[in-house]
Design a protein around this ligand. Structure first.
Ligand code: FAD
Length: 333
């Protein structure tokens, strides 16, 4: 077994766009802090961008002990080459034993680019993270496998750092502590604009604007709706509450609603403050994506529906009567 004793600490990549961090970054700091505490090491964060010092301070509020900050106008938008060069250089210098990235489009690209340059592996899309205590210090990175039918725990025994991307909404951020103290270390960008072969011409926002992963309230519908039309009723409730509409895969497969609304193993993992499960039976592939919601309200005509095992509040009855009644009540307030 090689000697990796000079690799210590947990490093979390803080993803941002236009100076706003993705929530998954703070969730990963929450997960990273638990790993760091078990290993008795420090929790580090990396922030890259243009004028993003405020995010370095935020990372400290969310649990980082030391934040590496790389700023410059050429780093305003994410581009693989400069971002991966900065991260690789930091890994070489600081030697973290664990590196965590959000399983977002950017995080997947960045982590993949880094893993191909290092003699190490990458566990993608993890939904559970734990660590074996010293002396093994092995990261236990678990994710659904074999068409999502079982959980696999993947180990990186031979190399360091141990790298993983993790789904948004799975891990819990620590409560933000504005008085928390930490260190910000500025690091240089080794690549000037002239050395970067790619340029971001335009950024086109997704038209639908559905953002379930960041939504605080989700009103989700299932096959019990019987067709696409009743989703309008759910949208009315969602609008009255200032939330988003979600769906089970059964509705997406039936073509009633687009995939971007799907919650579950093959859709989004969500952690809203309030989740309505309406006409959804509660199959494991659905609940794995929403069971971490703060408050779950289930509406189902079947009193034995498995969703009631996850719900904090359950209403047994016909959704076509109950949903409009709730919407009317909400509108009156
Ligand atoms: P059903 O199971 O058919 O439940 C409908 C519910 O509506 C029932 O409980 C019924 O009592 C209730 N109902 C009917 N009429 C009314 C009424 N008028 N009022 C009140 N209640 C009513 N599923 C996901 O959701 N997300 C995923 O990401 C996902 N990934 C999958 C991945 C794999 C590999 C596999 C094999 C499956 C996956 N599934 C996923 C599918 C999952 O197994 C279930 O089939 C699906 O979640 C069922 O959707 P549902 O609850 O809407 O439908």
């Amino acid at each position: 077994m090689p000697d990796w004793s000079n690799y210590r600490g947990v490093l979390v990549y803080v993803e941002q766009r236009n100076g706003a961090a993705k929530n998954v970054s703070w969730q990963l700091l929450g997960a990273g802090q638990k790993l760091a505490a078990k290993l008795d090491v420090s929790l580090m964060a990396l922030v890259i961008g243009d004028q993003v010092e405020h995010l370095a301070r935020e990372a400290i509020c969310y649990g980082a002990d030391r934040v590496f900050l790389c700023e410059g106008p050429e780093l305003k938008d994410y581009r693989t080459r400069p971002y991966s060069r900065i991260t690789l250089k930091l890994i070489e210098d600081v030697k973290p034993e664990i590196c965590l990235f959000g399983a977002t489009a950017t995080g997947r690209d960045l982590a993949g680019a880094i893993a191909t340059h290092l003699p190490t592996g990458l566990t993608a899309d993890t939904t559970e993270l734990d660590v074996e205590p010293p002396p093994s210090r092995l990261l236990l990175a678990s994710r659904p496998a074999f068409a999502e039918k079982m959980m696999a725990t993947i180990l990186c025994k031979q190399y360091r750092p141990q790298m993983a991307t993790a789904r948004a909404g799975v891990f819990q951020a620590l409560p933000r502590d504005p008085d928390r103290k930490g260190e910000i270390v500025r690091i240089p960008n080794p690549m000037g604009e002239e050395q970067i072969a790619t340029r971001v011409v335009e950024f086109i926002e997704q038209k639908s604007g559905v953002n379930l992963e960041e939504a605080e309230i989700i009103v989700a519908g299932g096959r019990g709706l019987g067709g696409p039309e009743p989703f309008k009723m759910l949208k009315e409730l969602a609008d009255a509450l200032g939330g988003e509409v979600g769906a089970s895969r059964a509705c997406v497969d039936a073509g009633w609603i687009k995939h971007e609304h799907q919650v579950g193993q093959t859709g989004c993992t969500v952690r809203p403050k309030l989740y309505f499960a309406i006409g959804i039976s509660g199959a494991v592939q659905h609940t794995v994506g929403m069971s971490n919601s703060e408050v779950i309200i289930a509406i189902n005509k079947d009193p034995d529906a498995p969703i009631f095992q996850f719900a904090h509040y359950g209403i047994v009855g016909d959704l076509f009567k109950i949903v409009p009644a709730i919407t009317a009540q909400v509108r009156q307030r």
